[in-house]
Design a protein around this ligand. Structure first.
Ligand code: ADP
Ligand code: MG
Length: 679
């Protein structure tokens, strides 16, 4: 038997179980051994019965004597009672509920270990529903640190323990993929030992070392991949490419600043400097600009675009939806007015003739700046001399998209995101990019007042909103997420619109959802901007990318269904004008966790702070949505540990240069890359 032996041949078990294992994504012995427990229960501390305290969970050795099915007061409960003696000779009662098979199965008159909760009643000790295992060479259910696995309908944690333990001798076949120097420097546990210890640890300390070791490997591979991608990108520009470093021109920057209706913030100036300096380099830039909603990323992008165009290059800005692309067209065109720049809008749904003309103008270089959607790199667009691409709302750059850009001469690339990703996580997830952060809001913003609204206060809030609408202000309403079903979501949005129209008969309630045609959406949004619609009901799937300073109220239905980061994004739609804005979080849920999350929204306005809380509560996979964001679902690595993340980064940078010396590592890296490409 080996690691690559199929579970079918390795386990003697029923078809039903094999099917379930497949559903869990477990096919081979290796898969099973890499199915790490989600927690451990420490049942390793033995006690005598006379040492036990009321309510405590104890582990003790001894044997059972009598056992019987006992009549219970409640007829539906099947009560099993037994007598237990520990090795010091003390006796106690033992009870189980609804496990009648124990009468046949419980090992009698053999030495056993039991672990369970102790109850003191009428001067007697009772053990309640203990786990039982006969004394063996190696215990797996009691008497040790017991692994708890994520379960499946038919596959229980107990079942998994029984299957994994006998296969652990194969852990020695796991090859050490980390370079010996890294293992030594970081004082890491060996791979094989870590696999054994993560399942059945010999001590608390050794469990921690196993987690550290496996977490290190997760981080190391990701960082190594990032470092390598970054190297490849830097070397991607061909010698004969028309794109070269673009020198920064301080006079030109001043000229642009002078055209603005406001003074850029310190943070904006810093990131503009970082970006322009980066564009001077002879290799292509790959940078991520992070800045909360409303922090003023647009002028930063415009400065970079202008800088490219000013030096005779073409530039492009790409948004994930047509709605956002159109908004960029409007706001960017305004900033560009003082400069003579020819702008072309490009989206997939354009008429064939229009598109053909656009493509021609882009190819012959008569267009300076293209604003559009993914159509920009998906369609057969050829640029005459593309110097810079700005990509709004980062989607991790797949290897394929990079190839498209390389074919266009490897322009500088700037990603922008309004999702505040803590620096350590950004380094792991987007480690192939340099990072610029705008951590400061333009002055004069009035903080948004956020309130959690339980069902009994709905009416009060509606009356409050009515008062604001009468003053001429406007309101957004976000409908809840419905189990990833677009159809149901649209239905509920339509109903919400009807309900609200009945509650607010004197105002117009509009509707926006993902199933509407682009022209319809456009019309609704324009009407909202023009205040012909006062309340805009919208589903969460569509980008509420409109900038309407007159909208002062954001009402979110079923708010507990959204993550903090998403709620924060919604809230960012208001508070854009000079009036006080409000965010109302409607919820029917009253669990503590929900409340803690929603309360964080009321307590903090800083997106980075909220992102950190969200990460602690839910973990990166949940917070960012693994597939969309490219942020990996790390099983063990602690991405909030900045010191560790930095150390791993350094090690990866050191090793990448001599990757050839570590074929096993190179192979592991290759398979990670393949996995990422598939997503
Ligand atoms: P983002 O794209 O980061 O969400 P925008 O670039 O759309 O933010 O800017 C939000 C608003 O703030 C815009 O109305 C913009 O004109 C304004 N703004 C940007 N920078 C400043 C600044 N330094 N001072 C005052 N207002 C600013
Ligand atoms: Mg923006």
């Amino acid at each position: 038997m080996h690691l690559d032996t199929s579970l079918e041949s390795a386990l003697s078990t029923k078809k039903e179980y094999l099917k379930a294992l497949k559903e869990m994504g477990l096919f081979t012995v290796k898969d099973l051994l890499e199915y790490f427990p989600r927690a451990h229960e420490d049942l390793s501390h033995f006690k005598r019965l006379y040492e036990a305290k009321d309510g405590e969970t104890i582990t003790t050795k001894g044997f059972f004597t009598g056992i019987k099915l006992s009549p219970a007061k409640n007829k539906r409960v099947k009560l099993v009672k037994a007598m237990f003696y520990d090795n010091a000779g003390s006796a106690c009662d033992v009870v189980w509920f609804n496990q009648p098979h124990l009468v046949r199965m419980l090992p009698m008159d053999t030495e056993v270990i039991v672990a369970g909760k102790v109850r003191f009643e009428y001067g007697k000790i009772t053990l309640v529903s203990p786990e039982v295992e006969t004394v063996k060479e190696a215990q797996i259910h009691v008497g040790v640190h017991v692994p708890i696995y994520a379960q499946h309908e038919v596959i229980t944690s107990k079942w998994l323990r029984g299957k994994i333990h006998p296969l652990l001798y194969l852990a020695k076949e796991f090859e050490e993929i980390l370079p010996p120097e890294v293992v030594e420097q970081e004082n890491l546990m060996g791979k094989a030992e870590a696999i054994r210890e993560i399942h059945f640890p010999s001590s608390e300390k050794s469990l921690q070392r196993a987690k550290d070791r496996l977490g290190y490997e997760e981080l190391f591979l990701l960082q190594l991949n990032a470092v390598q991608l970054r190297e490849e990108w830097r070397k991607s520009r061909a010698k004969d490419s028309p794109v070269k470093g673009i020198p920064m021109d301080p006079e030109f920057v001043k000229r642009f600043f002078a055209t603005l209706p406001f003074t850029p913030t310190g943070a904006q100036k810093v990131v503009i400097y970082e970006i322009l300096k980066d564009m001077e380099k002879p290799f292509p830039m790959m940078r991520l600009l992070e800045g909360d909603v409303g922090s003023g990323k647009t002028i930063v992008a415009v400065m970079a675009l202008l800088q490219a165009v000013h030096h005779g290059y073409q530039a492009a800005i790409m948004a994930p939806t047509e709605v956002l692309a159109r908004q960029h067209l409007i706001s960017i065109s305004r900033y560009l007015e003082p400069f003579s720049i020819r702008v072309q809008f490009l989206i997939g749904s354009m008429k064939a003739k229009e598109k053909k003309d656009a493509l021609t103008a882009i190819r012959d270089g008569s267009i300076n700046l293209v604003i559009g959607t993914h159509a920009l790199i998906q369609e057969a667009v050829e640029f005459a001399k593309l110097g810079l691409v700005v990509i709004d709302e980062q989607h991790r750059f797949g290897v394929k998209q990079r190839e498209v850009l390389v074919r266009q001469g490897s322009p500088h690339v700037l990603h922008m995101t309004a999702t505040p990703i803590p620096r350590t996580l950004a380094l792991v997830a987007y480690g192939d990019q340099d990072l610029s952060v705008i951590a400061e809001m333009p002055p004069g913003r009035i903080p948004i007042i956020t309130k959690i609204v339980p069902p009994e206060h709905r009416q009060t809030v509606y009356r409050f909103i009515e008062g604001k609408l009468q003053k001429g202000e406007q309101c957004y309403v976000i409908c809840p997420l419905i189990d990833e079903s677009d159809v149901l979501e649209v239905k509920s949005a339509i109903k919400e619109q009807q309900d609200l129209q009945a509650i607010f008969p004197h105002f117009k309630v509009g509707l926006l959802h993902g199933k509407m045609k682009s022209a319809e959406k456009e019309a609704v949004m324009q009407a909202f901007k023009d205040n012909q619609i006062q309340i805009l009901v919208s589903t969460s799937v569509i980008e509420v990318g409109v900038d309407v300073p007159n909208a002062t109220i954001m009402l979110i239905e079923g708010s507990e269904r959204f993550g903090l980061s998403q709620l924060h994004q919604f809230r960012g739609r208001v508070g854009r004008g000079s009036a006080q804005s409000y965010c109302f979080l409607y919820t029917n849920s009253s669990t503590e966790l929900t409340f803690a999350r929603l309360k964080a929204m009321a307590d903090y306005t800083d997106g980075f702070k909220l992102a950190e809380i969200d990460l602690q509560l839910r973990g990166p996979g949940e917070v960012y949505g693994i597939r969309q964001s490219g942020i990996p679902d790390l099983k063990l690595a602690n991405v909030m540990n900045g010191v560790l993340v930095d150390r791993v980064r350094k090690a990866a940078e050191h090793i990448v240069e001599k990757l050839k010396d570590y074929p096993l590592l190179a192979e592991a890296l290759e398979s990670i890359r393949k996995k990422m490409e598939q997503e």
